[in-house]
Design a protein around this ligand. Sequence first.
Ligand SMILES: *Cc1c(COP(=O)(O)O)cnc(C)c1O
Length: 413
Amino acid sequence: MIGHPSLNNITEFRPNFVTHLECGLTGQRFERGIVHGLSDAGKPLLVKYDLENLGRSLTREMLKERPADLWRYREFLPVVDSANVVSLSETMTPIVPAPKLGQNVWVKDEGRLPTGSFKARGLCMAVSMAKELGIKRIAMPTNGNAGAALAAYASNAGIEAFVFCPEDTPEVNVREIALQGARVWRVNGLIHDCGRIVREGVGPMGWFDLSTLKEPYRIEGKKTMGLELAEQLGWRMPDVIFYPTGGGTGLIGMWKAFAELAELGWIGSRMPKMIAVQASGCAPIVRAFEQGVEFADEWKDAHTIASGIRVPVAVGDFLILRAVRESGGCAMTVDDEAIQLAQIEAARREGILLCPEGAATLAAYWKAIANGSIGADEEAILFNCASGLKYPMPPAEDRIDMNAPVDWIGLRG
Ligand SMILES: *Cc1c(COP(=O)(O)O)cnc(C)c1O
C-alpha cells in the first residue's frame, strides 16, 4: 500500500526546532507543547524556532530529495511526532506563467490543494497540532473554505468539528462542509458574528476555538507558501506579491517564512513588496494603511462577491500592516466590477479560472500598473487562493433543439 509520500521516507520528525511561542505584539513568552489561544493582550501568538540548529541539520540541497508536498519543510513546522500528521497530500502548487495578463505576471495556483483552497495548508497544520495536543472537539467561524478544510482534516483525524458561516456563504462550501462530516450552521450575520458564537460556546460546548489566528498553527501551515515560493524560484524573491487579504494568515505567514529564510541565510536580504488586496466593500486594512495607524477599526456593512476576503475585523491587523509596511508594499482596494472583469479576462486570455479573491489580485495588479506604483517589468506573483470551480459562475444558456435543423449561421454569431 502506498501511504503518505513524506511519511514513507520519514518515521519520526524529532528533533523538533520549536523553542517557544511569542505574542506578536508584546513578545510575551509561552511554553511549547501545551494548548494556547491568544496572548494576555488578546493578540496572536507566533511560533519561534531555533534556526541556528535547524540550519545545522537541514540544507537546501536535502530538500531536493523530498516529496513535493508541504511536509518537506517539516523542520520549519511545529508538529513533533509524525504519527500526529493529519494529511490529505498537500501538494506543492505550480507557479503558472500568465504573460497575456501582464509582461511579468505569474499565478501561484493554490486551487490544486485538497478541498480546493489554500486553507488546506493552515488547517492541516492546525488539526495536526490539535491531534498532538489531545484536542477532541473544534469549532470555527468561516466564510466557506476554512470550514471545508477543517471538516476534511477533522474527519480524517477523528476530531469533532462545529462550523458556523454567514447565511450567504457559497452553497458549495456549506454543502462540502456538511458532506465532509462537520456540523454546520448558517448564521444571519457576518463572519465576526459567527466568531462570537464560537467564543461564547467554549464554556458550554467545551470546544477549542480555531478562529483565524486565535490558535498559533494555521500561520505555520500558511507559512509554507513562502517557503515553497522561495524554493520554486531558486531561493530568490520575486519583486512583488499580491495577496487577497481577509484575516491575513497567509500574508503574515509568508512574511514570517521570508524572515526565517533570511535569518538562515538561504535567501538574501532583498524582500518582495507585499501588497494586501481587499475589496472596496470591505477594506479595514487598506483604511488603516492609508491612515498610518497600527490597528484597523471594524468595517461596517461589509459586502463583496469575494467572500473569502469579507472579513470586517482581523485580530492580526497589526501583523498584516507591519509586514506590508516593512516590505515597502501597500494595501489597496478593487471593486466587485473590476474583480468580475479580471476573472473573465484571465479565463478568456489564459484559460486560468481564478476564484473571485484570486481575480481581485489581478485587478489590483492592473490598478497598480496603471497608477505607476509598480512597473510592468517587475516580477509579480498573484495568489489564486482557491479553485474557481468552487464559486458561482456567469450563466451559459445557449441551447440546441434537436427537433429543428441546426442553425449553422447562428452558431458562428
Ligand atoms: C481565506 C481566504 C482568503 C483570505 O486569506 P487570509 O490568509 O485569511 O487573509 C482569500 N481567498 C480565499 C478563497 C479564502 O478562502
